[in-house]
Design a protein around this ligand. Structure first.
Ligand code: NAD
Length: 358
């Protein structure tokens, strides 16, 4: 197949890890007879330095005209004193909004050889392989009315509105059921239907959507219980379907079960063009030293092949190459342990390329 991929490396370690993922994608494309065109764009602090804004029009056009976007990370101390609307991080909000990205997908998978990097006991986390799907553009973060008002008797009142429409719930539920079909065919929908009307509607619509997915099992769980189950018995989960606020919190909890932040990929998908990026930031403390872990970004590239292009076999080839490389004992500094071979960013990328099955 032919695909055009926007490459937005951004700032800090973004500039080191994204080229490694591109290297992997190029090799996979060559071997499997696909043609990927890579178009680079400036984003974040880098774009601010060049043209004065974090998300230049040209970058937005490149993203919109692509089939998928590969992003590194944005931000850093150099731009922290800028006013909020000009900060590098604004580029992420702009991209999400302009590309209509309403679903955020974060897999949390434990690589068995890294079990000791987690703060939880091996027997609890061994075998974790879940996907948290978070609704990204609705709910209490965007609902109106919202604000802080003065009360006549003194003091103030702060308020937000948790609001979801049938259509918003339907489209995110479809993402969850479709994703489950590529996995263990189990969706657990998170809500607070015992207290919140918006959750009552959420549960009703998700149940309705499931009727079109007879091959996928659906269960419902209250968010408080879910938070407990994630640390008690996380293996029970396959796809966790969450609204915006519950997903914000639970996806971080799920991510931390597996240990290193340098290992975790993510995908944001929507109407047309999806965005694929590691969950970590620009890591200014280690930038420019060739020590950042490129695996989160390489795994994000694998998600791109699966979710943007439907290239399941090719995605598995990348995931397997990551596992093989870890099995060979190669480790970047963040996941290094005694007896393992310490390698830099480019060496890790090279090894994963070498381990891509023909
Ligand atoms: P961070 O994720 O950049 O770093 C947190 C810690 O994890 C640091 O110690 C860092 O060295 C380590 N780390 C991160 N990625 C790593 C990797 N690939 N390999 C090895 N270690 C890694 O978070 P932060 O320090 O809070 O933020 C730094 C900057 O990044 C800030 O400007 C912040 O706004 C921005 N940020 C951007 C994104 C994004 O672009 N999506 C996300 C989060 C933070």
């Amino acid at each position: 197949m032919k695909a055009r991929i926007a490459v937005l490396a951004g700032d800090g370690v973004g500039r080191e890890i994204v080229p490694e993922a591109v290297k992997v994608l190029k090799t996979v494309a060559e071997r499997q007879g696909h043609h990927f065109e890579f178009v680079a764009g400036d984003v974040g602090g880098h774009a601010i330095d060049k043209v004065g804004v974090p998300l230049p029009q040209e970058t937005l056009s490149i993203a919109k005209q692509s089939d998928a976007v590969l992003l590194g990370a944005v931000g850093g101390p150099k731009w922290e004193s800028l006013e909020y609307s000009l900060r590098p991080e604004r580029a992420l909000l702009g991209l999400r909004e302009q590309l209509g990205l309403y679903a955020n997908l974060r897999p949390a998978k434990l690589y068995p050889m890294l079990a000791d990097a987690s703060t939880l006991r091996r027997e609890v986390i061994e075998g974790i392989d879940m996907l948290v799907i978070r609704e990204l553009t609705g709910g209490i973060y965007f609902g109106k009315p919202k604000g802080i008002e003065k009360l006549s008797g003194g003091g103030e009142r702060g308020f937000n509105t948790e609001v979801y429409t049938t259509e918003e719930i339907r489209r995110i539920a479809i993402v969850a059921f479709e994703a489950a079909r590529k996995r263990r065919k189990k969706v657990t929908s998170v809500d607070k239907a015992n207290v919140l009307e918006s959750s009552e509607l959420w549960r009703r619509v998700v149940t309705e959507v499931q009727k079109g997915y007879a091959d996928v099992a659906l269960s419902h769980i209250y968010v408080d219980n879910c938070a407990m189950q994630l640390v008690r018995n996380p293996r029970q989960f396959d796809v966790l379907l969450c609204n915006n606020i519950f997903g914000d919190i639970l996806s971080d909890e799920a991510a931390m079960l597996t240990g290193s932040i340098g290992m975790l990929p993510s995908a944001s998908i929507g109407a047309k063009v999806g965005l694929f990026e590691p969950i970590h930031g620009s890591a200014p403390d280690i930038a420019g030293k060739n020590i950042a872990n490129p695996i989160a970004t390489i795994a994000s590239a694998a998600m791109m092949l699966s979710y943007a292009f439907g290239l399941e076999k090719e995605a598995r080839v990348i995931e397997q190459a990551i596992v093989t490389t870890l099995e060979q004992g190669l480790r970047t500094k963040d996941i290094h342990a005694e007896g393992m071979k310490l390698v830099g960013t480019t060496e890790m990328g090279d090894a994963i390329v070498r381990n891509l099955a023909a």
